[in-house]
Design a binder for this molecule. Structure first.
Ligand code: COA
Length: 172
């Protein structure tokens, strides 16, 4: 267990603030901080091709554009700083999660799993029937989480040429 600042307690497998959750919907006001987190995460994510890592490092303008076009960004804080995030896109009753990023200093504390749990809760709240995520087969943490949460692999395909991913689905 680790104390991360006055109002956040990050425990193994769960992340709790005073109100029971420190996940928050991110807004355009957070775009610069999001850009910085992506810059800290993606250069080191060497299991992905360089082209993909570079494409994950979007800048604040693109982040704002994505928010305006309807993508939902959610983040998790420690010491007042956004240390984890993902984004979700909704098409009909299907929600797709992507871009999950946890700061290297805050890994293996259960933040990614906590984000998945909030993602599923959000999907249910807004009436989605299916949750989709693409996972790189060599991404041990993500594969572990989706399997544990009951996702089923429905497809294997190249998301970009040469980068094979597994598409996982959870029916709600
Ligand atoms: C993948 C990522 C989001 C995981 O974040 P995290 O907060 O460290 O993950 P969690 O702490 O919730 O870990 C979930 C499980 O995976 C395990 N795990 C985490 N990192 C691991 C690693 N590098 N190797 C092996 N197991 C790992 C954890 O121990 C935990 O397993 P357990 O509950 O059985 O002990 C983070 O490593 C990251 O941001 N990577 C770079 C970007 C990326 O690959 N994103 C993925 C989707 S696009």
């Amino acid at each position: 267990m680790q104390q991360q600042g006055a109002f956040i307690l990050v425990c193994r497998g769960q992340a709790l603030g005073n109100n029971g959750s420190n996940m928050e919907k991110l807004s355009e006001a957070n775009a610069t901080e999001i850009e910085r987190l992506l810059e800290e995460v993606w250069p080191e994510a060497i299991e992905y091709p360089k082209e993909w890592r570079n494409a994950r490092m979007i800048d604040r303008n693109k982040i704002v554009d994505e928010m305006k076009s309807g993508l939902h960004y959610f983040g998790i804080r420690a010491n007042g700083k956004i240390v984890g995030l993902y984004k979700a896109g909704i098409t009909g009753d299907v929600i797709m999660g992507e871009h999950q990023s946890v700061h290297p200093d805050y890994r293996r504390l259960g933040l990614a799993e906590a984000m998945y749990e909030q993602f599923i809760k959000f999907a249910k709240e807004i009436g989605c029937k299916k949750v989709l995520v693409n996972v790189l087969p060599s991404q041990v943490a993500s594969t572990k989480i989706v399997k544990r949460l009951g996702f089923v692999k429905i497809k294997e395909y190249e998301q970009i040429p040469g980068m094979l991913v597994h598409l996982y689905e959870l029916s709600l």
